[in-house]
Design a protein around this ligand. Structure first.
Ligand SMILES: C[S@@+](CC[C@H](N)C(=O)[O-])C[C@H]1O[C@@H](n2cnc3c(N)ncnc32)[C@H](O)[C@@H]1O
Length: 240
């Protein structure tokens, strides 16, 4: 899938291709039903032209607008949404198995403060107004470890410029990975981006300290089972 995204000014934004997997095993019957019954109420549709109103997707009066990109099965997103009912949450995920899982949790837990975007997260970022998000999570993004595939990684100059535009001054971007090369890749991109300051201590010892209230995501648990025992947790602040 690839696209050019029109910006607010009408100029075409930098070209960006998307390479993620969208379907895998067949969904359970219950999950298939939720695609027909619950998803239409939660799904974010982008306007053909212009920008999307954050209140429409995060809820009117949400204390903070929080986005998670690539939520997988939604374990982290549903947990923080339940813990913080005063905030509004949007989850982006393209993989139907993951969307099916989060729908099941949202229905079972009767969660009211999550909306879902089921296409490339960059499309949603491009449709958001400037300074509309308080916090963005990118947890264990697809690592694309082969050198020739590195450019498929979600972190790029293009996506970071877009994140810098949509995160409020003083807002945060949180990134976690178990892949050292992706951690280095992200730091290398971040030091070139003047819009972000690095909040995580410069002492590498703290790079491995999880975010407050952290519980392993599904992918992190898989990494540990496979012997990848260390992760990197970075918090970057949108400079005022
Ligand atoms: C390695 S998994 C990690 C899932 C979850 N964050 C976790 O830690 O368990 C990465 C997820 O990001 C999703 N993804 C990749 N690129 C994406 C994009 N551009 N927009 C939305 N989701 C994306 C994939 O479908 C996949 O489910």
């Amino acid at each position: 899938m690839s696209d050019n995204y029109p910006s607010k000014s009408g100029r075409q934004k930098e070209h960006r291709a998307f390479f993620g997997r969208v379907s895998g095993k067949r969904l359970h019957k219950g999950q298939r039903e939720l695609f027909d019954t619950l998803l239409p109420d939660l799904r974010i549709e982008l306007p053909n032209k212009g920008q999307i109103d954050p209140q429409q997707i995060f809820g009117i009066g949400a204390k903070q607008n929080i986005l998670e990109i690539g939520y997988g099965g939604g374990e982290h997103l549903t947990r923080i949404a339940i813990q913080n009912p005063e905030n509004g949450y949007v989850g982006c995920e393209v993989f139907t198995g993951g969307i099916g899982k989060i729908l099941k949790t949202i229905a079972a837990e009767n969660i009211k403060n999550i909306s879902l975007f089921t296409s490339d997260a960059f499309r949603l970022l491009s449709a958001l107004p400037d300074a509309s998000l308080d916090l963005v999570y990118l947890l264990y993004p697809d690592p694309w470890p082969k050198l020739r595939h590195n450019k498929r990684r979600f972190v790029s100059n293009t996506t970071l410029n877009e994140l810098a535009r949509v995160i409020k001054p003083g807002g945060r971007f949180r990134f976690a990975t178990d892949i050292e090369d992706y951690a280095n890749w992200t730091l290398a991109h971040m030091v070139r981006n003047e819009a972000f300051c690095w909040q995580t201590s410069q002492n590498p010892q703290f790079w491995h300290t999880p975010f407050e209230g952290w519980q392993s995501t599904r992918y992190e648990s898989k990494a540990r089972r496979e012997g990848r025992m260390q992760s990197f947790y970075f918090t970057f602040v949108r400079c005022a």
